[in-house]
Design a protein around this ligand. Structure first.
Ligand code: ADP
Ligand code: MG
Length: 256
């Protein structure tokens, strides 16, 4: 049984680059179907943390467990195939492709019939593609982009492009979603809308989320638990309201 097993367990995670410790024995735990925020001033190690969780960087030491599965040392495609999807701090969708086609790309790893069947337009492959397109439509509707499906992703307002990236990650049917600054650069209205979508991902889809975010308002509204990093070290961990009032956290942000 998986009762009581965290969605993600990070233990003593250390990442060193030449002469610099970007993460220094960091611990945190993410409960199933919860939002866990990783926050901290610039250079604290947040993106490095994401890059280790998604397999882009290798940990110098320490471990990352996804449920009961050890992720440490696995390459990005293996981690993704296990059900861990991520978005990037900067826009990463192909700008000319339609939103529908971009989201369909997100389902590539779920495709069973393979290139040969698809290339020959075999009935099985055509049926499978229709199923994927239907699911893409559902996910687009979930994030509120159903009417933008046939538009080039690059022609959408910035906030909608960020939502399209979130939708593409959802198209992988992940169990754990890593979001790197999902509301960065958004208007207040776009931030509210995106926050509501993220809450829906947790509450309606039951997906666990690790959120790196600068916007403290969004963190306080959305997060169930928070880890604060500063210069690669964990300086606080707990409920959002406790962390917000922690003197070490206040000092770290004032010194930013
Ligand atoms: P944050 O996302 O919290 O702003 P980062 O994780 O991007 O912080 O960076 C943490 C530290 O690690 C910074 O000092 C940064 O310069 C350094 N760093 C990040 N990636 C690399 C890399 N690939 N090579 C060398 N140093 C890096
Ligand atoms: Mg960063």
């Amino acid at each position: 049984g998986s009762t009581g097993v965290p969605a993600l367990t990070v233990r003593e995670l250390t990442v060193r680059f030449a002469g610099l410790t970007a993460l220094d024995a960091v611990d945190f735990t993410v409960r199933p179907a919860s939002v866990h925020a990783v926050i901290g001033p610039n250079g604290a190690g947040k993106s490095t943390c994401f890059n280790v969780l998604s397999g882009v960087y290798r940990a110098t030491s320490g471990s990352v467990r996804f449920g009961e599965r050890e992720l440490t040392g696995l390459p990005p495609h293996r981690i993704a195939a296990l059900g861990v999807a991520r978005t990037f701090q900067n826009l990463a969708l192909p700008p000319r492709a339609t939103v529908a086609d971009s989201l369909l790309l997100g389902r590539h790893s779920l495709t069973r019939s393979g290139f040969v069947a698809a290339g020959l337009r075999l009935p099985s492959a055509i049926r499978e593609e229709a199923r994927h397109r239907e699911r893409v439509r559902e996910i687009a509707a979930f994030v509120g982009l159903e009417r933008q499906l046939d538009q080039p992703a690059g022609s959408l307002p910035y906030g909608q492009q960020k939502l399209a990236e979130l939708a593409r990650a959802l198209c992988m049917e992940p169990k754990l979603l890593l979001l790197d600054e999902p509301v960065a650069g958004m208007t207040a209205d776009e931030r509210r809308r995106t926050s509501a979508v993220i809450a829906g991902v947790r509450d309606s889809l039951g997906i666990s989320i690790v959120l790196v975010e600068h916007d403290m308002g969004v963190v306080m509204r959305l997060a169930d638990s928070v880890t604060v990093l500063d210069f690669g070290r964990r300086i606080a961990d707990g409920a959002p309201t406790d962390v917000q009032n922690d003197p070490a956290v206040v000092r770290a942000y004032l010194g930013d």
